[in-house]
Design a protein around this ligand. Sequence first.
Ligand code: G3P
Ligand code: MG
Length: 227
Amino acid sequence: MLVIGHRGAMGTEPENTLLSIRRAIDMGVDCVEIDVYYVNGQLIVIHDDSVDRTTNGRGKLAALSFEQLRCLDAGKGEKIPTLNEVIDVTKNKVDLNIELKGLGVSQTVVELVQALDKTVRNHITISSFNMLELQDAFQRDSTIKIGVLANAKVGEAFEWAKKLNAYSVNFKYSLVTKNTVSKAHKLGFKLYVYTVNSPSGLQQMKALGVDGVFTNFPERALAIGLR
Ligand code: G3P
Ligand code: MG
């Protein structure tokens, strides 16, 4: 079972920062998940569409210039990273799950991934809750691995996963049952589950036979030998 560091190791370090990502790598994760927006010509790594919750600034991302965004403290003195910076930290070490947030992000992410060496690119997956962004990515480059995210409507998610020739379905914890796991596997998809933090939840997912867990506390999953 893959251990995927959610926003790096956000249980321990400020989410979606290089510090958090390096920490997850040091803990021994297989993969790191991050959230990406396309704002004012730049791919930036942040979960919300405003800076209020995760930085010392205020305002919507779209209302701030790249320079203004980069002056903010995203926790422990860390800057909001760019996607390029994250790839530099993760490449040749761990897999990277790029979750597309906001609108109009797919084209730039696909172009960035296409410019990478094949060996780096093969370790990257693009995921989203927004099927139109994923569809756009798939139409631009059907060779990039896709993860269909769902927090409801499992049936619809499987339909999209078939349509987009997805590599994985990434389901919310509460949607995962024996049936969901067997359906995913019958259809040839990996099933990854978010966000699983408690040791009992991690054990339960392992017992259900899921292929990976997104967790804020990768050390817990690794400590109980879930891999
Ligand atoms: O990709 C898994 C998980 O990150 C999806 O939800 O809101 O944490 O981005 P969220
Ligand atoms: Mg995410």
